[in-house]
Unconditional design. Structure first.
Length: 409
């Protein structure tokens, strides 16, 4: 599976992945998913929001057990964020078949569309639409860097954007969703465990900062005559770091657009996107307010017009305690009996994360849990992202143990 998936959407320049929603690379990944599913005699359907489902058993029977993740990527993303969950789901099904189990509930493997939001700026579009947490009207407003709207992109890829919207009937058929994901920090590496269970996802959001000044000649405009929005932007980036340290949060300006974007012109506009996350809402509120206050202060002093727009927000996710406890029990039992998913502590660690996931979006509607696989470098959203083969195999066994208990008993 890895060998066939690896070349899709890979940038020769960076070695990272550029699998953006509704592009050719995305279509290649969708075809890959379909072929994996059909090779296993699963029924493939694409829902109204472009998420792919591969079914074993009757999708309408109810109380289905669903696993999966996403295949899209951030700009120059790693190989594991998303794909590890999808590959592991197919591999876990293979493992269950090899064990000769019989399924008592329908099982589905899902590939959620546009999880990263790399193209249209909003993460988890497929699951948000399905869960009714993004309306059709809001989705129609989304545009990529070339001004192409989400419905235009969907249509160009051969999908019907008219159909998008909430899908409560689909969610009502699901009894549990379990997403396996590469860990995006180093907690498991530090604790010496191959596998972890998610407790929560930090509240997080994206804010767009537009700093508007005055374009002018870089060689002839005296420093005192300038209204340079890049300076205010730079001060704001430093403020974000300071405020994040004060609040015990994280804050990042990772994307920027400059107009007119000429080496020898003072910019007329600098647009930067703030990604801010914290373990609790109060800390997040503090960092977000602190950055904006500092930015407005700099802007006022330098004659810059500042507009701040909150583009997305995801409140804290506290995963189902019942399902989380069940996973702890299943994996604890499995470790005791031999398959060995636990580390030195003898328990499967339960950990929170600052990364967003479709599982977080769905957790408001259905019982949802996540498994993390150790990432020894802690690097993610980069080509350096990594998980060792043994740990990936431990992840597959853990997922198979969980699915067997949930779907076969
Ligand atoms: O956390 C994120 O940046 C995204 O939802 N994966
Ligand atoms: Mn990601
Ligand atoms: Mn992911
Ligand atoms: Mn000139």
């Amino acid at each position: 599976m890895w060998r066939s998936l690896r070349p899709l959407g890979r940038s020769a320049a960076s070695g990272g992945y550029r699998r953006y929603a509704w592009t050719d690379a995305d279509a290649d990944c969708r075809l890959w998913f379909r072929m994996q599913a059909e090779a296993r005699r699963l029924d493939v359907e694409t829902d109204r929001n472009g998420n792919q489902w591969a079914w074993l058993g009757d999708p309408t029977a109810g109380d289905a057990v669903v696993t999966g993740s996403h295949l899209d990527s951030v700009p120059d993303g790693g190989a594991f964020d998303g794909p590890l969950g999808v590959v592991s789901s197919f591999a876990a099904l293979d493992e269950l078949r090899a064990r000769g189990v019989s399924f008592k509930r329908p099982l589905a493997i899902v590939n959620f569309g546009d999880e990263e939001g790399a193209r249209f700026g909003l993460a988890c579009v497929g699951s948000r639409l399905t869960a009714g947490r993004l309306t059709k009207e809001q989705a129609y407003e989304l545009r990529d860097a070339d001004g192409i709207s989400l419905p235009q992109a969907m249509e160009a890829a051969g999908y019907d954007p008219d159909a998008i919207g909430p899908d409560p009937e689909r969610l009502a058929r699901i009894g549990a969703f379990v997403e396996l994901h590469v860990e995006q920090g180093r907690a498991l590496d530090l604790s010496g465990d191959a596998i972890g269970i998610a407790s929560s996802i930090w509240p997080h959001g994206r804010w767009r900062y537009d700093f508007a000044g005055e374009a002018n000649h870089a060689g002839t405009t005296r420093l005192v005559d300038r209204r340079d929005p890049m300076l205010t932007y730079a001060e704001t980036v430093l403020a974000a770091r300071r405020e994040a340290e004060l609040a015990g949060a994280v804050a990042t300006f990772g994307k920027i657009a400059v107009e007119p974007n000429g080496v020898n012109a003072i910019p007329s506009l600098v647009r930067g996107w703030l990604d801010a996350r914290a373990a609790d809402q109060d800390a997040l509120d503090a960092v977000v307010a602190g950055v904006e206050t500092a930015a407005r202060d700099y802007a006022d002093r330098h004659g810059i017009d500042l507009t701040v727009v909150r583009e997305s927000f995801t409140p804290v996710v506290d995963f189902s305690h019942a399902l989380r406890d069940e996973l702890s029990r299943i994996l604890g039992d499995a470790a005791a009996s031999a398959t060995g998913t636990t580390g030195p502590s003898g328990k499967v660690p339960v950990l929170g994360t600052g990364a967003g996931h479709d599982a977080g979006i769905l957790s408001e509607s259905i019982p949802t849990a996540m498994l993390f696989v150790r990432n020894p470098t802690g690097v993610s959203h980069s080509p350096a992202e990594f998980a060792a083969e043994d740990d990936c195999l431990a992840g597959v066994r853990a997922l198979a143990d969980v699915l067997e208990e949930l779907a076969c008993r």
